[in-house]
Design a binder for this molecule. Structure first.
Ligand code: AMP
Ligand code: MG
Length: 401
Protein backbone atom coordinates (compact mmCIF):
# COMPACT_ATOMS: atom_id res chain seq x y z
CA UNK A 1 0.00 0.00 0.00
CA UNK A 2 1.16 3.52 -0.66
CA UNK A 3 0.34 6.56 1.49
CA UNK A 4 -2.52 8.73 0.26
CA UNK A 5 -0.30 11.81 -0.01
CA UNK A 6 2.05 9.96 -2.35
CA UNK A 7 -0.81 8.85 -4.60
CA UNK A 8 -2.19 12.39 -4.62
CA UNK A 9 1.19 13.82 -5.60
CA UNK A 10 1.65 11.32 -8.41
CA UNK A 11 -1.75 12.24 -9.84
CA UNK A 12 -1.58 16.00 -9.38
CA UNK A 13 1.87 16.14 -11.01
CA UNK A 14 0.41 14.81 -14.26
CA UNK A 15 -2.60 17.11 -14.39
CA UNK A 16 -1.31 20.45 -15.62
CA UNK A 17 -3.49 23.56 -15.84
CA UNK A 18 -5.47 23.74 -19.08
CA UNK A 19 -5.14 26.52 -21.67
CA UNK A 20 -7.18 29.67 -21.33
CA UNK A 21 -10.35 30.62 -23.18
CA UNK A 22 -12.54 33.71 -23.46
CA UNK A 23 -16.06 33.06 -22.27
CA UNK A 24 -19.10 35.18 -21.36
CA UNK A 25 -19.18 36.09 -17.65
CA UNK A 26 -21.97 33.67 -16.81
CA UNK A 27 -20.01 30.77 -18.28
CA UNK A 28 -16.99 31.75 -16.18
CA UNK A 29 -18.58 31.08 -12.80
CA UNK A 30 -16.14 29.02 -10.73
CA UNK A 31 -13.31 29.46 -13.24
CA UNK A 32 -10.03 31.29 -12.58
CA UNK A 33 -9.11 34.51 -14.32
CA UNK A 34 -6.17 33.98 -16.64
CA UNK A 35 -5.36 37.67 -17.06
CA UNK A 36 -6.00 40.85 -15.12
CA UNK A 37 -9.41 42.41 -15.76
CA UNK A 38 -9.47 46.22 -16.15
CA UNK A 39 -12.38 48.56 -15.65
CA UNK A 40 -13.05 50.24 -18.98
CA UNK A 41 -15.42 52.70 -17.36
CA UNK A 42 -16.31 54.03 -13.94
CA UNK A 43 -18.96 52.38 -11.77
CA UNK A 44 -21.18 54.19 -11.06
CA UNK A 45 -20.76 56.09 -14.29
CA UNK A 46 -22.23 59.34 -12.85
CA UNK A 47 -22.97 60.97 -9.49
CA UNK A 48 -26.39 59.72 -8.40
CA UNK A 49 -28.66 59.61 -5.41
CA UNK A 50 -28.68 56.77 -2.89
CA UNK A 51 -32.12 57.79 -1.59
CA UNK A 52 -35.53 58.87 -2.74
CA UNK A 53 -35.88 62.53 -1.80
CA UNK A 54 -34.93 65.96 -3.11
CA UNK A 55 -31.74 67.16 -4.76
CA UNK A 56 -30.88 70.46 -3.07
CA UNK A 57 -28.12 72.95 -2.47
CA UNK A 58 -26.70 72.15 0.96
CA UNK A 59 -26.30 75.84 1.80
CA UNK A 60 -30.06 76.37 1.32
CA UNK A 61 -30.77 73.95 4.17
CA UNK A 62 -28.42 75.61 6.67
CA UNK A 63 -31.33 77.26 8.49
CA UNK A 64 -33.75 74.32 8.21
CA UNK A 65 -36.66 74.05 8.28
CA UNK A 66 -36.77 75.91 5.00
CA UNK A 67 -39.26 75.94 2.12
CA UNK A 68 -37.91 75.24 -1.40
CA UNK A 69 -39.50 75.49 -4.83
CA UNK A 70 -39.76 72.09 -6.59
CA UNK A 71 -38.63 72.62 -10.19
CA UNK A 72 -38.70 69.08 -11.55
CA UNK A 73 -38.68 65.32 -10.98
CA UNK A 74 -35.92 62.84 -11.83
CA UNK A 75 -36.56 59.09 -11.99
CA UNK A 76 -33.78 56.49 -12.28
CA UNK A 77 -32.87 56.39 -15.97
CA UNK A 78 -33.82 59.98 -16.73
CA UNK A 79 -31.30 62.77 -17.33
CA UNK A 80 -31.60 66.19 -15.66
CA UNK A 81 -33.12 68.90 -17.86
CA UNK A 82 -32.11 71.92 -15.86
CA UNK A 83 -30.05 73.06 -12.93
CA UNK A 84 -31.12 73.46 -9.31
CA UNK A 85 -30.92 77.14 -8.46
CA UNK A 86 -30.81 78.85 -5.10
CA UNK A 87 -34.01 78.12 -3.12
CA UNK A 88 -34.92 75.27 -5.45
CA UNK A 89 -35.13 71.47 -5.24
CA UNK A 90 -35.68 68.60 -7.67
CA UNK A 91 -37.69 65.56 -6.61
CA UNK A 92 -35.29 62.62 -7.19
CA UNK A 93 -35.52 58.80 -7.02
CA UNK A 94 -32.75 56.36 -6.06
CA UNK A 95 -30.25 55.93 -8.90
CA UNK A 96 -31.16 59.13 -10.76
CA UNK A 97 -28.28 61.48 -11.70
CA UNK A 98 -27.67 64.47 -9.45
CA UNK A 99 -28.78 67.56 -11.40
CA UNK A 100 -26.29 70.40 -11.89
CA UNK A 101 -26.37 72.95 -9.11
CA UNK A 102 -27.40 70.44 -6.45
CA UNK A 103 -24.75 69.15 -4.05
CA UNK A 104 -26.81 67.14 -1.59
CA UNK A 105 -29.90 64.98 -1.30
CA UNK A 106 -32.38 65.21 1.50
CA UNK A 107 -34.27 61.98 2.03
CA UNK A 108 -38.03 62.14 1.55
CA UNK A 109 -38.59 61.21 5.20
CA UNK A 110 -37.00 64.56 6.21
CA UNK A 111 -39.32 66.60 3.99
CA UNK A 112 -42.92 67.73 3.81
CA UNK A 113 -44.79 68.48 0.56
CA UNK A 114 -46.66 71.75 0.19
CA UNK A 115 -49.05 72.97 -2.52
CA UNK A 116 -49.54 69.52 -4.05
CA UNK A 117 -45.80 69.13 -4.49
CA UNK A 118 -44.93 72.52 -5.98
CA UNK A 119 -43.02 73.36 -2.86
CA UNK A 120 -41.29 71.27 -0.21
CA UNK A 121 -40.12 71.89 3.32
CA UNK A 122 -36.62 70.60 4.03
CA UNK A 123 -36.78 69.83 7.72
CA UNK A 124 -33.09 69.20 8.32
CA UNK A 125 -29.75 70.59 7.32
CA UNK A 126 -27.97 68.25 4.89
CA UNK A 127 -24.19 68.55 4.38
CA UNK A 128 -22.55 68.68 0.94
CA UNK A 129 -22.48 65.20 -0.60
CA UNK A 130 -25.33 63.92 1.56
CA UNK A 131 -26.68 60.61 0.08
CA UNK A 132 -24.73 61.19 -3.13
CA UNK A 133 -22.95 58.18 -4.65
CA UNK A 134 -20.05 59.61 -6.62
CA UNK A 135 -18.97 58.41 -10.05
CA UNK A 136 -16.28 55.72 -9.67
CA UNK A 137 -17.03 55.12 -5.99
CA UNK A 138 -17.31 51.39 -6.69
CA UNK A 139 -14.73 51.13 -9.50
CA UNK A 140 -12.62 53.84 -11.08
CA UNK A 141 -12.04 53.64 -14.82
CA UNK A 142 -8.68 52.08 -15.68
CA UNK A 143 -8.17 50.24 -12.41
CA UNK A 144 -7.45 46.53 -12.09
CA UNK A 145 -10.70 44.91 -11.08
CA UNK A 146 -9.50 41.33 -10.78
CA UNK A 147 -5.97 39.98 -10.66
CA UNK A 148 -5.09 36.83 -12.59
CA UNK A 149 -5.89 33.67 -10.62
CA UNK A 150 -9.09 34.88 -8.97
CA UNK A 151 -11.91 32.36 -8.67
CA UNK A 152 -14.97 33.93 -10.23
CA UNK A 153 -17.89 33.91 -7.80
CA UNK A 154 -21.39 35.26 -8.44
CA UNK A 155 -20.34 38.77 -7.36
CA UNK A 156 -17.48 38.69 -9.87
CA UNK A 157 -19.91 37.75 -12.62
CA UNK A 158 -22.05 40.71 -11.58
CA UNK A 159 -19.07 43.08 -11.60
CA UNK A 160 -18.11 41.93 -15.12
CA UNK A 161 -21.66 42.43 -16.34
CA UNK A 162 -21.80 45.80 -14.57
CA UNK A 163 -18.76 46.91 -16.56
CA UNK A 164 -20.26 45.75 -19.84
CA UNK A 165 -17.53 43.12 -20.26
CA UNK A 166 -18.83 40.53 -22.69
CA UNK A 167 -16.04 37.98 -22.41
CA UNK A 168 -13.42 37.15 -19.81
CA UNK A 169 -10.21 35.17 -20.15
CA UNK A 170 -10.26 32.15 -17.83
CA UNK A 171 -8.59 28.78 -17.46
CA UNK A 172 -10.71 26.35 -19.42
CA UNK A 173 -13.07 24.06 -17.55
CA UNK A 174 -11.93 20.45 -18.04
CA UNK A 175 -14.22 18.14 -19.96
CA UNK A 176 -14.29 14.96 -17.92
CA UNK A 177 -15.57 11.73 -19.43
CA UNK A 178 -17.18 9.22 -17.07
CA UNK A 179 -17.61 5.54 -17.94
CA UNK A 180 -18.94 2.69 -15.81
CA UNK A 181 -17.68 -0.84 -16.28
CA UNK A 182 -19.26 -4.11 -15.24
CA UNK A 183 -21.22 -7.01 -16.77
CA UNK A 184 -23.73 -6.70 -13.95
CA UNK A 185 -24.69 -3.10 -14.65
CA UNK A 186 -28.02 -1.91 -15.99
CA UNK A 187 -29.27 1.59 -16.59
CA UNK A 188 -32.86 2.60 -16.07
CA UNK A 189 -35.92 1.38 -14.24
CA UNK A 190 -36.49 -2.13 -15.67
CA UNK A 191 -36.77 -4.95 -13.11
CA UNK A 192 -33.43 -6.40 -12.10
CA UNK A 193 -32.54 -10.01 -12.90
CA UNK A 194 -30.63 -11.81 -10.17
CA UNK A 195 -27.07 -10.53 -10.14
CA UNK A 196 -27.83 -7.26 -11.85
CA UNK A 197 -26.98 -3.92 -10.30
CA UNK A 198 -28.16 -0.49 -11.38
CA UNK A 199 -25.36 1.78 -12.48
CA UNK A 200 -25.19 4.54 -9.91
CA UNK A 201 -21.52 5.45 -10.15
CA UNK A 202 -21.84 7.23 -13.48
CA UNK A 203 -24.49 9.49 -12.02
CA UNK A 204 -22.72 10.20 -8.74
CA UNK A 205 -19.40 10.79 -10.50
CA UNK A 206 -20.90 13.06 -13.17
CA UNK A 207 -22.46 15.01 -10.31
CA UNK A 208 -19.14 15.28 -8.50
CA UNK A 209 -17.45 16.42 -11.70
CA UNK A 210 -20.03 19.12 -12.14
CA UNK A 211 -19.79 20.17 -8.50
CA UNK A 212 -16.02 20.45 -8.87
CA UNK A 213 -16.59 23.04 -11.60
CA UNK A 214 -15.70 20.79 -14.51
CA UNK A 215 -17.89 19.67 -17.40
CA UNK A 216 -19.08 16.07 -17.24
CA UNK A 217 -19.30 13.95 -20.37
CA UNK A 218 -21.36 10.77 -20.12
CA UNK A 219 -19.43 7.97 -21.82
CA UNK A 220 -21.97 5.31 -20.89
CA UNK A 221 -21.55 1.81 -19.46
CA UNK A 222 -19.40 -0.94 -20.88
CA UNK A 223 -19.21 -4.67 -20.26
CA UNK A 224 -16.17 -6.33 -18.70
CA UNK A 225 -14.81 -6.85 -22.17
CA UNK A 226 -11.35 -5.53 -23.06
CA UNK A 227 -12.34 -4.33 -26.54
CA UNK A 228 -15.42 -2.49 -25.31
CA UNK A 229 -13.50 -0.89 -22.45
CA UNK A 230 -10.67 0.10 -24.73
CA UNK A 231 -13.09 1.66 -27.24
CA UNK A 232 -14.84 3.67 -24.51
CA UNK A 233 -11.58 4.91 -23.04
CA UNK A 234 -10.26 5.86 -26.49
CA UNK A 235 -13.45 7.76 -27.24
CA UNK A 236 -13.00 9.54 -23.93
CA UNK A 237 -9.35 10.42 -24.21
CA UNK A 238 -9.86 11.76 -27.73
CA UNK A 239 -12.60 14.17 -26.76
CA UNK A 240 -12.01 14.91 -23.06
CA UNK A 241 -9.34 16.43 -20.86
CA UNK A 242 -9.63 13.59 -18.33
CA UNK A 243 -11.46 10.28 -18.11
CA UNK A 244 -12.87 8.58 -15.03
CA UNK A 245 -13.71 4.89 -15.10
CA UNK A 246 -15.30 3.01 -12.24
CA UNK A 247 -15.02 -0.69 -11.51
CA UNK A 248 -12.62 -3.32 -12.74
CA UNK A 249 -9.53 -2.18 -10.87
CA UNK A 250 -9.49 -4.64 -8.00
CA UNK A 251 -8.35 -8.26 -7.84
CA UNK A 252 -11.30 -10.10 -9.46
CA UNK A 253 -11.02 -12.36 -12.52
CA UNK A 254 -12.94 -9.92 -14.71
CA UNK A 255 -11.28 -6.74 -13.54
CA UNK A 256 -10.04 -5.94 -17.02
CA UNK A 257 -9.89 -2.15 -16.82
CA UNK A 258 -6.39 -2.69 -15.46
CA UNK A 259 -5.34 -4.90 -18.35
CA UNK A 260 -6.76 -2.56 -20.96
CA UNK A 261 -5.19 0.53 -19.45
CA UNK A 262 -1.85 -1.24 -19.16
CA UNK A 263 -1.94 -1.82 -22.89
CA UNK A 264 -3.21 1.63 -23.80
CA UNK A 265 -0.93 3.82 -21.78
CA UNK A 266 1.49 4.30 -19.03
CA UNK A 267 -0.46 3.32 -15.92
CA UNK A 268 0.33 3.03 -12.27
CA UNK A 269 -1.63 0.62 -10.15
CA UNK A 270 -1.94 1.64 -6.62
CA UNK A 271 -3.19 0.16 -3.45
CA UNK A 272 -3.75 3.34 -1.51
CA UNK A 273 -3.61 3.03 2.28
CA UNK A 274 -7.15 4.33 2.78
CA UNK A 275 -10.57 2.88 3.46
CA UNK A 276 -12.82 3.02 1.55
CA UNK A 277 -11.24 3.30 -1.92
CA UNK A 278 -8.03 1.28 -1.63
CA UNK A 279 -7.73 0.17 -5.29
CA UNK A 280 -6.92 2.97 -7.70
CA UNK A 281 -5.33 3.23 -11.09
CA UNK A 282 -3.96 6.28 -12.78
CA UNK A 283 -2.12 6.96 -15.94
CA UNK A 284 -1.82 8.88 -19.15
CA UNK A 285 -3.42 7.59 -22.33
CA UNK A 286 -2.37 9.65 -25.35
CA UNK A 287 -1.55 12.55 -23.02
CA UNK A 288 -4.91 12.44 -21.24
CA UNK A 289 -5.11 11.53 -17.57
CA UNK A 290 -7.25 8.47 -16.87
CA UNK A 291 -8.49 7.73 -13.36
CA UNK A 292 -9.42 4.11 -12.67
CA UNK A 293 -11.71 4.46 -9.69
CA UNK A 294 -12.97 1.46 -7.72
CA UNK A 295 -16.44 0.06 -8.39
CA UNK A 296 -18.04 0.12 -4.98
CA UNK A 297 -20.43 3.04 -4.84
CA UNK A 298 -18.90 4.78 -1.83
CA UNK A 299 -15.34 3.94 -2.86
CA UNK A 300 -15.71 5.53 -6.27
CA UNK A 301 -16.95 8.77 -4.71
CA UNK A 302 -14.33 8.87 -1.95
CA UNK A 303 -11.66 8.08 -4.52
CA UNK A 304 -12.91 11.00 -6.61
CA UNK A 305 -12.90 13.29 -3.60
CA UNK A 306 -9.37 12.44 -2.51
CA UNK A 307 -7.62 11.80 -5.81
CA UNK A 308 -9.54 13.13 -8.81
CA UNK A 309 -11.01 16.36 -7.43
CA UNK A 310 -7.64 17.88 -6.43
CA UNK A 311 -6.27 16.99 -9.87
CA UNK A 312 -9.23 18.54 -11.68
CA UNK A 313 -8.80 21.66 -9.55
CA UNK A 314 -5.18 21.86 -10.66
CA UNK A 315 -6.33 21.59 -14.28
CA UNK A 316 -8.66 24.52 -13.61
CA UNK A 317 -5.74 26.52 -12.26
CA UNK A 318 -6.73 26.55 -8.59
CA UNK A 319 -3.98 27.15 -6.04
CA UNK A 320 -5.87 25.41 -3.23
CA UNK A 321 -6.36 21.83 -4.39
CA UNK A 322 -7.58 20.12 -1.23
CA UNK A 323 -10.50 21.01 0.97
CA UNK A 324 -9.40 22.65 4.20
CA UNK A 325 -9.43 20.32 7.21
CA UNK A 326 -11.09 21.52 10.37
CA UNK A 327 -11.00 20.03 13.83
CA UNK A 328 -14.16 18.43 15.15
CA UNK A 329 -15.16 16.73 18.35
CA UNK A 330 -16.65 13.26 18.12
CA UNK A 331 -20.12 13.56 19.70
CA UNK A 332 -20.29 9.75 19.75
CA UNK A 333 -17.58 7.11 19.24
CA UNK A 334 -16.23 6.57 15.70
CA UNK A 335 -14.77 3.09 16.01
CA UNK A 336 -12.45 1.29 13.61
CA UNK A 337 -9.82 -1.45 13.70
CA UNK A 338 -6.08 -1.12 12.99
CA UNK A 339 -5.28 -2.14 9.38
CA UNK A 340 -2.52 0.18 8.22
CA UNK A 341 -4.99 2.52 6.49
CA UNK A 342 -6.50 5.93 7.12
CA UNK A 343 -10.25 5.57 7.35
CA UNK A 344 -12.61 8.20 6.02
CA UNK A 345 -15.80 7.82 8.03
CA UNK A 346 -19.05 9.24 6.72
CA UNK A 347 -20.25 11.71 9.32
CA UNK A 348 -22.81 14.40 9.90
CA UNK A 349 -21.15 17.56 11.18
CA UNK A 350 -22.68 20.57 12.84
CA UNK A 351 -21.20 23.80 14.16
CA UNK A 352 -22.33 24.14 17.74
CA UNK A 353 -21.12 26.18 20.71
CA UNK A 354 -18.14 27.54 18.80
CA UNK A 355 -16.86 24.27 17.37
CA UNK A 356 -17.56 21.43 14.99
CA UNK A 357 -18.97 18.17 16.23
CA UNK A 358 -19.42 14.99 14.27
CA UNK A 359 -21.35 11.78 14.56
CA UNK A 360 -21.53 8.76 12.28
CA UNK A 361 -23.91 9.07 9.35
CA UNK A 362 -24.68 5.33 9.39
CA UNK A 363 -23.27 2.12 7.94
CA UNK A 364 -19.66 2.44 6.83
CA UNK A 365 -19.58 -0.38 4.27
CA UNK A 366 -18.16 0.67 0.91
CA UNK A 367 -21.44 -0.34 -0.75
CA UNK A 368 -23.64 1.67 1.64
CA UNK A 369 -24.15 4.77 -0.46
CA UNK A 370 -27.20 5.94 1.44
CA UNK A 371 -25.02 6.79 4.44
CA UNK A 372 -22.84 8.95 2.20
CA UNK A 373 -26.02 10.69 1.07
CA UNK A 374 -26.90 11.19 4.74
CA UNK A 375 -23.40 12.51 5.50
CA UNK A 376 -22.08 16.00 4.90
CA UNK A 377 -18.48 15.23 5.77
CA UNK A 378 -15.73 12.68 6.17
CA UNK A 379 -13.95 12.25 9.48
CA UNK A 380 -10.30 11.33 9.07
CA UNK A 381 -9.47 8.41 11.35
CA UNK A 382 -5.75 7.54 11.36
CA UNK A 383 -4.70 3.91 11.76
CA UNK A 384 -5.77 2.67 15.17
CA UNK A 385 -8.98 2.19 17.06
CA UNK A 386 -10.80 5.32 16.01
CA UNK A 387 -12.19 8.11 18.13
CA UNK A 388 -13.90 7.90 21.50
CA UNK A 389 -16.62 10.33 22.42
CA UNK A 390 -14.99 13.71 23.05
CA UNK A 391 -11.88 13.00 20.95
CA UNK A 392 -10.86 15.54 18.35
CA UNK A 393 -10.66 14.39 14.72
CA UNK A 394 -9.86 16.06 11.41
CA UNK A 395 -12.96 16.72 9.35
CA UNK A 396 -13.44 17.21 5.61
CA UNK A 397 -16.63 19.15 5.07
CA UNK A 398 -18.05 17.87 1.80
CA UNK A 399 -20.93 20.34 1.76
CA UNK A 400 -22.88 22.60 4.05
CA UNK A 401 -26.42 21.35 3.58
P1 AMP B 1 -15.49 -3.91 -9.10
O1 AMP B 1 -14.58 -2.81 -8.64
O2 AMP B 1 -15.73 -3.90 -10.56
O3 AMP B 1 -15.00 -5.22 -8.61
O4 AMP B 1 -16.88 -3.65 -8.41
C1 AMP B 1 -16.99 -3.65 -7.00
C2 AMP B 1 -18.45 -3.58 -6.59
O5 AMP B 1 -19.01 -2.38 -7.04
C3 AMP B 1 -19.32 -4.67 -7.17
O6 AMP B 1 -20.25 -5.04 -6.19
C4 AMP B 1 -20.02 -4.00 -8.33
O7 AMP B 1 -21.24 -4.59 -8.67
C5 AMP B 1 -20.19 -2.61 -7.80
N1 AMP B 1 -20.23 -1.64 -8.90
C6 AMP B 1 -19.32 -1.54 -9.87
N2 AMP B 1 -19.66 -0.57 -10.73
C7 AMP B 1 -20.80 -0.03 -10.27
C8 AMP B 1 -21.64 1.02 -10.73
N3 AMP B 1 -21.36 1.70 -11.82
N4 AMP B 1 -22.75 1.31 -10.01
C9 AMP B 1 -23.05 0.61 -8.90
N5 AMP B 1 -22.28 -0.37 -8.41
C10 AMP B 1 -21.18 -0.72 -9.10
MG1 MG C 1 -16.59 -5.03 -11.92
Amino acid sequence: MIPLAEAQRAVIDRCAPLPTVRVPPLDALGCLTAAAVLAGEAVPAFDNTAMDGYAVRSADTADAPVTLEVVGTLAAGSAPEGAVGRGQAVRIMTGAPIPPGADAVIMVERTRRLDGGDRVVAEAHVPVGNHIRSAGEDLEAGTVVFEPGEVLQPAHVGVLAGLGIGAVEVVRRPRVGVVSTGDELVDGPEPLALGQVRDSNRYSLLSLVRQAGAEGVDLGMVRDDPDAISAAISAGTETCDAVLTSGGVSMGDYDCVKLVLDEMGEMSWMQVAIKPAKPFAFGMVGGTPVFGLPGNTVSSMVSFELLARPALRRMMGHARLHRPLVQATAAAPLRRRPDGKIHFARVVWAYRDGGYEVRSAGGQGSHQLSSLAAANGLAVLPDGHGAAEGDVVDLIRLHED
